[in-house]
Design a protein around this ligand. Structure first.
Ligand code: ATP
Ligand code: MG
Length: 247
């Protein structure tokens, strides 16, 4: 495995020889690498490469079969689950919502902790993602795909996460909404120094928004480093993957 040293500063997350197997199937195979703090790292690779599984490991939905994951130097196995989920937020492609108002959805992370989300706080969250306060009482079923994704992102901000995992959040959006969301994430990254991990099938997007990239295939981390690796790959497996994606 060729692995460039991507760390110019601290790692927000570090994986040490992480493997994950389920029912005798090796899904993640001896992955070691890190997500630099305050940067945007994109995850690319063919379908079934194990990208989403890595995210599930990172927010504690599943645990490594071998190896360990450090979050700011602390083994995530020893972090209390609610603290871990507050620190590592996740947004998914389908932006799963509860039936009802935007407010109800924004309040969900608080409701789960038996706390209340103040109306002013909810309005503030909406402005942070470029939606005005009038959205608060809109029904989520009436929102466009892009607006829905913004609400989903606002919801992840309720707990002030230090790390945000984004799993193909723009893959069902048109170009304008995609670009809107890209700017929004870049803003969140810079403004709140949130470390971002972003799975994307769009290599142009990876080049545009990513500081670093992880190329995954067949459960392995093939290479990690500057996104330039996608422009002029040396590794023949990456060359082949990139050629297929850009044709
Ligand atoms: N709970 C599970 N049980 C068995 N196999 C699983 C489980 N979860 C994932 N897999 C398998 O592990 C592999 C990696 O899946 P994963 O969803 O992580 O890939 P991915 O890179 O996110 O793919 P995509 O780009 O299609 O979303 C796949 O072959 C998948 O079928
Ligand atoms: Mg996936």
């Amino acid at each position: 495995m060729q692995q460039a040293n991507v760390l110019t500063g601290k790692a927000a997350i570090e994986l040490n020889h992480v493997s994950y197997s389920d029912e005798g199937l090796d899904i993640i195979k001896d992955v070691s690498g890190s997500l630099p703090e305050g940067k945007i790292t994109t995850f690319v690779g063919p379908s079934g490469a194990g990208k989403t599984t890595i995210f599930r490991l990172l927010n504690g939905l599943i645990s490594p079969t071998k190896g360990d994951i450090q979050l700011f130097g602390e083994n995530i196995q020893t972090i209390e689950p609610t603290t871990l989920r507050r620190t590592v937020g996740i947004a998914l492609q389908d932006a799963t919502m509860l039936r009802g108002s935007v407010y109800k959805n924004l309040a969900m992370p608080k409701t789960l902790q038996n706390q209340e989300l103040k109306k002013e706080e909810a309005e503030h969250l909406l402005t942070q993602v470029g939606l005005d306060a009038s959205f608060l009482h809109r029904d989520v079923t009436d929102l466009s795909g892009g607006q829905r994704q913004k609400v989903s992102i606002a919801r992840t901000l309720v707990n002030h996460p230090k790390v945000l995992l984004l799993d193909e959040i723009t893959s069902s959006l048109d170009r304008v909404s995609t670009s809107d969301i890209e700017h929004l994430i870049q803003h969140i990254n810079k403004e709140f120094a949130v470390t971002i991990a972003w799975i994307t099938h769009n290599l142009d997007q990876a080049l545009l928004i990513g500081d670093y990239t992880w190329v995954m295939m067949n459960g392995e981390l093939i290479e990690s480093g500057s996104t330039d690796v996608l422009k002029n790959p040396v590794n023949p497996r990456i060359q082949e993957f990139v050629k297929g994606e850009w044709q």
